[in-house]
Design a protein around this ligand. Structure first.
Ligand code: SF4
Length: 243
């Protein structure tokens, strides 16, 4: 199974790299706690707004320990620009509280020596941290060869026919059973771009799609050749950046 999926991943990845190039990465990997908080903030909003919310928190609090004493409603005000303030502030507050109670420090250094599955299980035990958030920590903060699956990746890999699954978490499990070495970051990042700019939920632009030759989607929209220009900024590759 895995080698069939793996071979398709490699083929599609080559086509995407030919079109979009190899996405740049930050020289220094960000801290894992920063990454969890940034990923929580990134849910259901654009990268620019979640980055603003993340910067608001980083500027206001010298360390995440300060969030232990801050009311949830205060955090909600700081992150309002990212939307879903109640859910996101609750998840952030829960996360810092739970990890501090358990470890006496707000740090994820204990997952460094865990294998990928154990690390995902460990991270998802915190309320508000799902498989996508946990896998973003492994890819972006730990530099592991893990491909997170959001709605864009889920939709496009299913349309292409690399997997046939009903939820992003099931797609994640299938894709990552044995992900081809060293290409998870470029595959993930280029798929986000493909999903935002070309293979959009409604009316995909199949007329200009770089992976059309590999795509098994029955409802291809061959006459749409408009590529959206949405790749201004990728939050999770920018967590270390200062304003
Ligand atoms: S050919 Fe169309 S449906 Fe297939 S991946 Fe490209 S845009 Fe999406």
């Amino acid at each position: 199974m895995s080698s069939i999926i793996g071979n398709r991943i490699i083929k599609v990845n080559k086509l995407l790299v030919k079109q979009f190039g190899i996405p740049p990465r930050q020289k220094e990997l960000p801290d894992s706690v920063d990454m969890i908080i940034a990923t929580i903030l990134s849910q259901n909003t654009n990268d620019k707004n979640s980055y603003k919310a993340f910067q608001n928190l980083k500027k206001k609090y010298k360390s995440w320990n300060e969030l232990l004493k801050v009311r949830r409603t205060t955090i909600e005000k700081e992150i309002r620009v990212a939307g879903l303030g109640f859910q996101k502030s609750t998840a952030i507050k829960n996360f810092v509280k739970e990890i501090y109670l358990e470890r006496d420090i707000i740090s994820l250094s204990h997952i460094e020596n865990m294998d990928n599955n154990s690390a995902i299980l460990e991270l998802t035990k915190y309320k508000g941290v799902g498989v996508k958030t946990a896998s973003c920590v492994l890819l972006f903060a730990e530099g592991r060869n893990v491909c997170p699956v959001d709605t864009h990746v889920h939709r496009t890999v299913n349309r292409i026919g690399i997997v046939n699954t009903s939820t992003p978490d099931k797609t994640f499990a299938k894709l990552n059973k044995k992900f081809p070495l060293k290409i998870a970051h470029q595959f993930h990042t280029n798929f986000i771009r493909l999903g935002r700019e070309v293979c959009t939920p409604q009316k995909p632009s199949c007329g200009v799609c770089p992976v059309k030759i590999e795509c098994a989607f029955d409802d291809k929209n061959e006459f749409n050749s408009k590529m959206k220009k949405e790749r201004k900024f990728m939050l999770l590759d920018s967590v270390n950046l200062e304003n």
